[in-house]
Design a protein around this ligand. Structure first.
Ligand SMILES: [Fe+2]
Length: 294
């Protein structure tokens, strides 16, 4: 098994930006020494009923980066999100930085290229992104060591990004009382998700874990930070030594009851293009609604 180079002595600053419309948490992770930063899982606002795109959430991030004199080096997507649009190109246009995602994005582009009946102008080689990460690939945010860890299961292109003593788990884990994300999207697999979570749980106990989503189960306040030790002990789907078999059963039964996320159709078309809006033949931004495909 791959061993991962966690350096707990490096302590980046983490600022969280909660999006109430989609229950997504975006992050700005910065190196206090060099003022370099990364953004993980940004959000573009959409009113799907009117087809209107706005930038309030992304602008909060832009303001934070400018106000604190940070330099944006990386714009990371933990995966192709199915419940919100990515604000990555908007941030890049304003502040620079490289947009990175798992190299397995190509599989997601292949699958959804078919579902959306995309023509040959839609590249399925990940070339819309600036960086395609393989399992274990390292990079830096200023002087902070960071690496990507492949965690397929929720989707094939899911990754956890570890930056110093912090990790951004995407949808691989939820807070302990939230359990785990669904594994029934095309290319998802509950058994693989279990294996990926076990990999995350081998990281140091005190590693700070940051969630991409929280829905405040049972009326508790929204929360997004925990540790490996807490997940191992208390996660309702995988904690306390839950077996693979039991997890797959629980996950599959629960997934069978879930409706599609409200924004899955717009999200996938935009996010598989690294956040760029699809265009019609005249170059105007447009979204498709393929019928009876999902
Ligand atoms: Fe997701």
């Amino acid at each position: 098994m791959q061993t991962y180079p966690v350096d707990m002595s490096m302590k980046p600053h983490v600022e969280a930006f909660f999006d109430a419309a989609t229950n997504t948490i975006s992050y700005v992770i910065s190196d206090p020494k060099t003022k370099a930063c990364a953004v993980v899982d940004s959000v573009l606002d959409i009113d799907y009923a009117s087809g209107r795109i706005t930038h309030d959430h992304a602008d909060r991030i832009v303001d934070h980066i400018i106000t604190h004199g940070l330099t944006l080096e990386w714009i990371i997507e933990t995966h192709v999100h199915a419940d919100h649009l990515s604000g990555a190109p908007y941030l890049q246009e304003k502040l620079g930085g490289k947009i990175g995602i798992s190299a397995r994005i190509m599989e997601v582009q292949e699958t959804f290229g078919k579902i959306f009946n995309e023509g040959t102008d839609f590249q399925r080689d990940g070339s819309q992104f600036d960086a395609l990460f393989q399992d274990g690939d390292r990079y830096k945010i200023g002087k902070i060591d960071a690496f990507a860890m492949a965690t397929p299961g929720h989707t094939p292109a899911c990754m956890v990004h570890v930056m110093g003593n912090t990790a951004f788990v995407g949808d691989t884990l939820f807070m302990p009382d939230g359990g785990s994300a669904r594994a029934d999207f095309p290319g998802g697999d509950a058994g693989e998700l279990y294996d990926s979570i076990q990999k995350v749980l081998t990281l140091p106990d005190e590693l700070r874990l940051f969630m991409c989503h929280d829905y405040g189960p049972n009326g508790r306040e929204i929360a997004w930070e925990t540790t490996v030790a807490d997940e191992k002990a208390n996660n309702i789907h995988v904690g306390g030594g839950m077996s693979r078999e039991a997890f797959v059963k629980l996950r599959s039964e629960r997934d069978a009851t879930l409706a599609m996320p409200k924004l899955i159709l717009p999200s996938l078309q935009v996010n598989m293009r690294a956040g760029e809006l699809p265009e019609d033949a005249d170059g105007r931004p447009v979204l498709k609604v393929p019928l009876n495909q999902l």
